[in-house]
Design a protein around this ligand. Structure first.
Ligand SMILES: Nc1ncnc2c1ncn2[C@@H]1O[C@H](COP(=O)(O)OP(=O)(O)OP(=O)(O)O)[C@@H](O)[C@H]1O
Ligand SMILES: [Mg+2]
Length: 251
């Protein structure tokens, strides 16, 4: 059974079909690349899986469950976390606080429980411990007290990934995880992704324009064009694919 299965998913924005009957299957533990020219529907596909856009048609099955109508919260709770194309960090807060902030339903934040600190202090300590654990996983633990604004571009991307790891996702959706990052650091981000798969069995679906790096790390590449899946295959085959070259480079 695949971990994620998309069956004929479609998204219309008014008259524009941004995702056009896309079907694909992602096995657990895979690192999958999703590429295609600007506006081909990659981010929309990610948004559909994450539940932040509603499907026009089709079905999304995750770990055997139909999550087609799930809210973003429900998708997250089912084991799918995501990063965004535009980084969304709290720059005036520390690295540790950035990881802790999205944790929902902390008892200490509820008026009913707040004065009864003994009912939540264990929970808070556990969250902080978990946060240090995910910072360790992306090798940012030494920077836990640094302000997010003082991180390098690559470290900011890793912090986003750390935050996504808080909920122990089985599937991580990343939209251009190396955008705006220097080449050497971009390579290091992908090395971290490979380690996360190796150490924790996390499955990745990664949108990326930097093919020269992406192709070194992914098992399978999907190519989108005008909302359609144009091709799929091993990176070496996709790199040689004449259709892809035409779509991307116009030759
Ligand atoms: N909320 C929206 N409302 C209307 N049209 C949208 C919306 N989001 C995306 N689109 C359109 O859908 C198409 C696909 O956009 P999408 O952002 O998915 O492309 P992309 O492949 O991620 O591009 P890029 O590589 O530039 O990030 C584009 O034509 C875009 O203008
Ligand atoms: Mg995009």
């Amino acid at each position: 059974m695949p971990l994620l299965e998309l069956s004929n998913i479609r998204k219309d924005f008014g008259g524009l079909r941004a995702v056009d009957d896309v079907s694909l299957q992602i096995p657990e533990g895979a690192i999958i690349g999703l590429i295609g020219p600007n506006g081909s529907g990659k981010s929309t596909l990610i948004n559909l899986i994450a539940g932040s856009e509603a499907l026009t048609a089709g079905r999304i099955i995750f770990a055997g469950d139909d999550i087609s109508d799930f809210t973003p919260d429900a998708v997250y709770n089912s084991g799918i976390a995501r990063g965004y194309q535009e980084p969304s960090l709290y720059f005036k807060m520390t690295v540790l606080d950035n990881v802790l902030l999205p944790v929902k339903e902390q008892r200490g934040e509820q008026p009913w429980h707040a004065p009864r600190w003994s009912s939540w202090q264990g929970e808070e300590a556990a969250q902080a411990e978990r946060a240090m654990e995910v910072l360790e996983q992306v090798q940012l633990v030494g920077h836990y007290d640094t302000l997010a604004a003082d991180l390098s571009g690559g470290q900011m991307k890793l912090l986003e990934i750390a935050r996504a790891l808080m909920g122990k996702p089985r599937l991580l959706l990343l939209d251009e995880p190396t955008a705006g990052v220097a080449p050497k650091l971009a390579y290091e981000i992908f090395q971290q992704i490979a380690r996360l798969r190796e150490d924790y069995g996390i499955t990745f679906l990664i949108v990326e324009h930097r093919l020269e790096i992406l192709f070194d790390f992914v098992d399978t590449v999907y190519v989108m064009h005008l909302g359609n899946l144009l091709a799929q295959g091993a990176p070496a085959d996709i790199a040689e694919d004449a259709t892809l070259r035409e779509v991307y480079f116009g030759d």
